[in-house]
Ligand binder design. Structure first.
Ligand code: 6GU
Length: 240
């Protein structure tokens, strides 16, 4: 059981996207909960503004600390234990599968999504426990990053994936990328399914898949490949 609570200026964006497909099913089955609080509901002025000019000048606007703090307190009121508060920012630590596994062990998680040039530093100092980025590029806001994280974390929670969808042997296990998959028909646009997969010889199929994973990882992700634990048989194959 894990409770996700997103603090955002665009709650409908987050809820619409995540109440779909596998994550939506997990919400319906009460395996995870998903809430979004609109930071604008806690605006401190009559025009419902939540941003203002940066002290010291410069381009863009900065989100004010007050509405963010009040939205955080509102989210806290739904929670039992002290949650981790994740601020989505390109300045954060890069999200990966290990982080997804670790966050999946949490009870409650709050995701804070910024917009404009960012959020007043003082409220970040007060509430944020983890700064996380999803990669080296700049998004217009934290929402897509929060959605990426919630999807990846949720599928690590027991009961979210069915047996068919189970992620036991898949990309990033042992730092290997997945082998290629085929289904019917046996021939498509003149391309045949590799014969070994039709052979029914399970040991040979496993061996072929391992070899394909090794080749793919070496070619596409040398950084991951450097961390793969190679067996004697793997080394033998890679030499040939
Ligand atoms: Cl977490 N937020 C924003 N705004 N841009 C990003 C990001 C996060 N991660 C990569 N780019």
């Amino acid at each position: 059981m894990i409770n996700f609570h997103v603090l955002t200026l665009f709650p409908e964006m987050v809820l619409n996207a995540l109440n779909t497909s596998i994550i939506g099913r997990a919400v319906s089955n009460n395996i995870i909960t998903l809430c979004a609080t609109d930071i604008r509901d806690f605006s401190e002025n009559k025009h419902l503004r939540v941003d203002d000019y940066p002290y010291g000048g410069g381009a863009g606007m900065v989100m004010q600390p007050g509405p963010v703090y009040k939205a955080y307190e509102h989210a806290l009121s739904y929670m039992k234990s002290a949650p981790r508060v994740i601020y989505l920012t390109p300045q954060g630590k890069t999200f990966d599968q290990n982080m997804a596994r670790e966050f999946a062990l949490s009870g409650d998680l709050i995701f804070l999504c910024g917009h404009y040039e960012g959020i007043d530093e003082r409220v970040l100092e007060e509430i944020v426990t983890d700064n996380v980025s999803i990669g080296d590029y700049v998004l217009t806001g934290g929402e897509l990053a929060a959605m990426v994280m919630i999807d990846a974390i949720s599928r690590m929670v027991p009961g979210v994936l069915s047996n068919d969808e189970s992620g036991e042997f898949e990309t990033f296990h042992d730092n290997l990328l997945e082998y290629p998959q085929y289904t019917r028909p046996e021939e498509f646009h003149g391309r045949k399914v590799p014969a070994v997969l039709l052979s029914g010889h399970h040991a040979n199929i496993e061996k072929w898949r391992r070899q394909q994973s090794l080749l793919r990882t070496k070619k596409a992700r040398p950084d991951l490949f450097a961390r793969v634990k190679l067996s004697d048989e793997d080394n033998e194959f890679l030499k040939s």
